[in-house]
Design a protein around this ligand. Structure first.
Ligand SMILES: [Zn+2]
Length: 450
């Protein structure tokens, strides 16, 4: 059975709202162009350095010129879709350990408003700033082709692809500043989202997504890593105590966004899978998904399967026959296109879907289990899922495929032995990620709960 038939056969398939398959000729991923992304990365490299402390005003070199170019790209895309984007540039003066004197931090953001629930947003982001060996060196050439020209090109290409469609929820495309100096642009955007009163459904951070070769010769062009947090960053003492007793350490909303995208990957393109990494980021390192997690928003990070340490955060040089530096010739644009298609499919699926419910489970001292939740705006029905407490993934088929009620009684099911979860289903068949009925399993920041 081919991929499309399999997709059609599954109930509540993630891509059910999209035409046949997201990867066919009419799907939103069809227009992804390796050549255009190569041109975009080359353009980003041409600014010499995009260091956060480089010139904001020079017309050709530095972070300012790069940001203005990215904003123009968003405006061009918007013009082609009859003004479907609002381009905004949130800014703040910041200083810190890696910013000795206050500097203006600016994010470049395009907003594609949802037609039905504009307050629900899914964000795709990457950082436009770059660096060399010395993080304070704002003068030397810092091409930042893969880190993170690749992610920035992905964001621009996703905007072009999805601008041709309309979605119930809002999609936000963002090129962030200040990542290398301390995740300032991510914080700026998380604050902006909060100020707008947005309900953040998911944040997809893309940082280093265009390479397949490691410095030791290891190659992998068949996987992309997807990092997600376990215990949620905004956990309260009560959530932590409840989760210690009843479980929940493996069911943060970000973790369930990760499961959702991993499942989706199999429907998007052959021979390209998500390697879920169940930690918030790589060992000893960080990224712009973290400020969103701090505020209680579901956020994940995409990154290459194999990192090349000779070609990131390095001065351009040759030593003992080895070339160092984050240059475009070390990238793999066929791979970047694959990661871009997966992001586009995920954004389309998430923007079409309602928010997940926040289910609760009651199974104390009885032979059945009750699962209850509040109605979700935009949801026409719900499906109920389960997995064993030591199983990594939800079962392949739902326990209850479709109910219009907001509670189910699961006869004969001993709740102690299972993690239960619920997903929303829209009228057009779009499905949300599954939210688990565990302490801290809901998608709302805990600080916003009553
Ligand atoms: Zn980076």
């Amino acid at each position: 059975m081919n991929k499309i038939l399999v997709a059609a056969a599954l109930s509540a398939t993630i891509l059910s709202s999209l035409p046949a398959s997201a990867s066919d000729e009419t799907g939103p991923t069809a227009s992804v162009s390796e050549a255009r992304m190569r041109t975009d990365v080359a353009k980003l490299v041409s600014f010499g350095t995009r260091h956060t402390l480089s010139s904001d005003t020079d017309p050709r070199r530095g972070i300012g010129a790069a940001r203005r170019w990215a904003a123009d790209e968003f405006r061009k895309t918007s013009k082609a879709c009859g003004g479907c984007f609002e381009v905004v540039m949130p800014e703040a003066m910041v200083s810190g350990t890696r910013i000795p004197a206050p500097v203006k931090m600016v994010d470049v953001v395009a907003i594609q408003r949802g037609t039905e629930r504009p307050n629900e947003v899914v964000i795709v982001e990457a950082h436009i700033d770059s660096r060399v060996t010395d993080v304070m060196d704002a003068k030397s050439d810092a091409p930042g082709a893969n880190d993170d020209g690749s992610g920035t090109a992905l964001v621009l290409e996703a905007a072009r692809a999805l601008s041709k469609r309309k979605f119930a929820g809002t999609i936000v495309y963002a090129a962030l500043s200040g990542e290398e100096q301390g995740l300032y642009g991510g914080k700026l955007l998380a604050d902006y989202a909060k100020k707008q009163g947005w309900t953040v459904k998911a944040v997809l951070n893309n940082d280093i997504v265009g390479g397949t070769h490691g410095s030791d010769g290891l190659v992998d062009d068949k996987n992309v890593r997807l990092f997600s947090e376990g215990p949620r960053a905004d956990a309260t003492d009560k959530t932590r105590a409840d989760a210690r007793r009843f479980g929940g350490e493996n069911d943060s909303p970000g973790r369930n966004v990760s499961r959702f995208i991993a499942e989706l990957a199999g429907q998007v393109q052959d021979d390209f899978a998500v390697r879920q990494v169940w930690r918030a980021d790589r060992l000893g390192r960080g990224g712009d998904q973290l400020p969103f997690l701090e505020q209680g928003n579901p956020a994940v990070r995409f990154s290459v399967a194999i990192e090349d340490y000779d070609h990131q955060h390095q001065d351009l040089r040759t030593e003992n026959g080895v070339t160092y530096g984050d240059t475009i010739d070390e990238m793999d644009f066929a791979y970047l296109a694959k990661v871009t298609r997966l992001n586009i499919a995920a954004l389309a699926a998430l923007a079409a879907a309602p928010m997940p419910p926040a289910p609760r489970v009651d199974a104390a001292v009885k032979t059945w289990t009750d699962v209850t939740w509040k109605p979700v705006t935009g949801a026409a029905a719900y499906s109920v899922w389960r997995r064993r407490t030591d199983a990594p993934s939800w079962e392949a088929q739902p326990l209850v495929a479709r109910t219009t009620e907001t509670s189910v009684k699961l006869d004969g099911l001993r709740g102690d032995d299972w993690i239960l979860g619920v997903r929303s289903i829209a009228t057009d068949g779009s499905v949300s990620p599954i939210a688990a009925a565990v302490p801290g399993g809901g998608f709302t920041p805990l600080a916003q709960l009553p």
